[in-house]
Write a protein that binds this ligand. Structure first.
Ligand code: AMP
Length: 505
């Protein structure tokens, strides 16, 4: 099958050739004809499958007829994070070189004024994160009644981040007669429900098992005894020991750990950038550009910030923390071993990670081997913690084979961890219906569909919610919110009234 067989316009075909693509990927081959036929599409596909072009290419063809009107975008694409939204804009720039279309990017962290001006000029394609889109709508700068085609991308990530109520609101604002394209890497029940609600007799296209990991990735578990200095020391030794390391992403579960680890690695002489949701847009762009260009070979990142980023040819992924949800493991290590290239994925495992590792292994349908050699071992319960960051590494081999020892240690971990569960970790275990049980020990940071994955600092004090439906993230930034100063934008009206000071004379 070639692109010419799909019904795309000549302008689009020229751009595809210029991009160097010789044949459509499976999601493109299956989705494009249906999009061109104006049918709704439910695409179950991960990033890396070519799914962005699967909707941008036919959209460009369809948009060749008609004109945009001020404040009334013709098409709307919703993305969960700023970076993903920016990546879709890049796709329109690349494939739309022969078109004169107005593409507007509406994301948080940048000024409203410039975005307002773009909307006023008339927008053919509006690419937005939900929170900022609603902000524009509420300011009266935007009308969604002209939207002919709506794309909801990364729907499962939207759910994780608590955006579904926003999405439901937005969908109510676009015409019922629109065409809808809905993409998700996984289809938990909540996402199925939304797909049923938003799509009219859709064409369902599934291109790859969401649980699959590329065969070209060499995956290893590395045992570590502590969450602190010892773990960071082990990571440094791992990085230094990898002769084939060209560039790598280091994933942490919590965004505060991203910043901490980046600083620690930098202080040990590594050329490393950070990417997490508390960084402003400029800092994120600088970090990402440096990493993409190869100038900065290491990037410490959180799941949400790094999700779906198109960074070709990453040689290594390090899971500094075992991800809470097994799907995140698949996404993380999917950063490496792309397009048939060799990749390496190391996961640092502490005593409390046993259940998470078991869940990952059952999702990917294979055991992950432990790293050979003198990398790290799980200490026996009660062993003293490492004293200092720079203290020489203490290996605690107690048998002939480090691997055997580590394995035994790992199988002990769950029971030990459960017994020694610190009281400070309030909240206990929260089982997510979509994801399965989360380890109790990780409850403090464990994301769930009921909360944004990386809760904004002001939200951490909120009581835990057990309900499945996420709380609305009204003014939230797209992935994890900005810390408001004082009351942020939620200042009650009575506080804004001028004070009347009565004279006592
Ligand atoms: P995506 O899944 O949309 O993030 O795309 C992943 C990568 O695949 C991007 O770098 C695209 O440029 C690339 N890509 C998309 N379609 C094709 C194609 N038909 N042939 C080769 N590469 C492609």
């Amino acid at each position: 099958m070639s692109f010419a067989d799909l019904g795309l316009s000549d302008k689009v075909l020229q751009a595809v050739t210029a991009a160097g693509y010789t044949e459509p990927t499976p999601i493109q081959a299956q989705a494009i004809p249906h999009v061109l036929a104006r049918r709704d599409v439910l695409g179950i596909a991960q990033t890396g499958t070519g799914k962005t072009a699967a909707f941008t290419l036919p959209m460009l063809t369809l948009l060749e007829n008609g004109r945009a009107r001020a404040r009334m975008p013709r098409t709307l694409i919703l993305e969960p994070t700023r970076e993903l939204a920016a990546q879709v804009v890049e796709n329109f720039d690349r494939y739309g070189i022969n078109h004169k279309l107005n593409v507007a990017l509406i994301i948080g962290g940048v000024s409203f004024a410039e975005q307002d001006a773009k909307l006023m000029r008339g927008t053919d394609v509006l690419i937005a994160t939900p929170g900022r889109l609603l902000d524009h709508f509420e300011r009266g700068k935007l009308l969604l009644t002209g939207v002919e085609l709506l794309v909801i991308d990364e729907a499962d990530r939207m759910l994780d981040m608590g955006f579904i109520p926003d999405i439901e609101r937005i969908v109510k604002m676009v015409p019922f007669t629109r065409q809808t394209l809905f993409f998700s890497a996984t289809m938990p029940p909540e996402i199925e429900r939304l797909a049923d609600m938003f799509l009219h007799t859709p064409q369902r296209i599934e291109v790859a098992r969401p649980a699959s990991t590329a065969a070209t990735i060499v995956q290893k578990l590395v045992a570590t005894g502590s969450e602190g200095h010892e773990k960071r020391d082990l990571l440094r030794r791992l990085i230094r020991g990898e002769a084939e390391l060209n560039n790598g992403i280091i994933f942490c579960n919590r965004k505060r750990d991203v910043a901490l680890l980046q600083k620690s690695l930098a202080s040990h002489g590594f050329n490393v950038a950070a990417l997490h949701g508390d960084m402003d847009q400029r800092a994120r762009t600088i970090a990402l550009d440096g990493f993409r260009s190869g100038e900065v070979p290491l990037l410490v990142a959180s799941d949400v910030a790094a999700r779906g980023l198109d960074i070709p040819a990453v040689s290594h992924v390090f899971n500094f923390d075992v991800p809470h949800h097994p799907e995140d493991y698949v996404h993380r290590i999917g950063r490496t071993g792309r397009a048939g290239r060799a990749g390496h994925a190391f996961t640092l495992v502490t005593r409390s990670d046993e259940r998470s590792v078991t869940a990952i292994e059952s999702l990917i349908g294979q055991p992950i081997p432990w790293a050979e050699g003198d990398l790290g071992v799980l200490p026996e319960p009660g062993a003293a913690p490492a004293e200092r960051e720079d203290a020489p590494t203490r290996t605690r081999h107690r048998g002939k084979s480090g691997q055997t020892l580590r394995r035994r240690g790992a199988s002990e971990t769950g029971r030990e961890a459960a017994r020694s569960e610190p009281r400070a970790r309030k909240g206990g275990r929260r089982d997510s219906p979509e994801r399965g049980p989360s380890p109790a020990v990780e409850a403090e940071a464990a994301p769930s569909p009921a909360r944004p994955k990386e809760p904004a600092p002001q939200r951490t004090a909120e009581p835990r919610r057990e309900e499945r439906r996420p709380a609305p993230r009204r003014r939230g930034d797209e992935d994890d919110g900005e810390t408001p100063i004082g009351l942020g934008s939620h200042v009650p009206a009575f506080l804004l009234r001028p004070a009347v000071i009565k004279s006592t004379k």
